[in-house]
Design a binder for this molecule. Structure first.
Ligand code: SF4
Length: 162
């Protein structure tokens, strides 16, 4: 989507929006915990998915790291790499698997250089993906403070184990 790419290429705007959302969700954390994370997840996962699909081509991994990856979704890498590029990046900066596509991690690095608030987080090592959280709201994952939950603590997409 053209508007999505434009926004991604202006990561400073996106990191400010992220910081505002982060602040708002943390302020509301007590209330949301009382409502119950399962219910909150049902309410916000749809709008979250819609917005992030339009802008970031989000795959709803449930453990969003956009602010640490130059506002570039690592799950759009054909190899789903979350800690930097593979060894196959072409000399023109394009993807080994999809030669017409610029490497997700080349874009992530370039954008992170224009992010004064979170750009340095590119250097952080991301934990392995917890596939049990796929399809759930990343905000709820963050608020609940867990990315490696015991089975059943969070709702997951229908048809999957909970
Ligand atoms: S990191 Fe996960 S939640 Fe964030 S945009 Fe990518 S797939 Fe979506």
């Amino acid at each position: 989507m053209r508007i999505g790419r434009w926004l991604q290429d202006h990561p400073r705007l996106l990191e400010r929006a992220y910081r505002l959302h982060h602040w708002g969700f943390l302020k509301a954390r007590g209330l949301l915990a009382r409502i119950g994370y399962e219910r909150v997840d049902r309410w916000i996962r749809g709008p979250e998915e819609l917005g992030k699909r339009l802008v970031f081509d989000c795959r709803m991994c449930g453990q969003c790291v956009l602010h640490s990856t130059g506002m570039t979704c690592p799950m759009t890498c054909p190899k789903n790499l979350r800690n930097g590029p593979c060894g196959g990046v072409r000399s023109n900066g394009h993807c080994e698997v999809l030669p017409e596509m610029k490497c997700v991690w080349v874009e992530a690095f370039e954008r992170s250089q224009r992010m004064p608030l979170y750009g340095k987080e590119m250097l952080q090592i991301q934990p392995p993906l917890n596939h049990q959280l796929e399809g759930s709201s990343s905000w709820v994952t963050l608020l609940a403070g867990r990315t490696d939950p015991p089975r059943g603590w969070l709702p997951t997409r229908e048809g999957k184990d909970a």
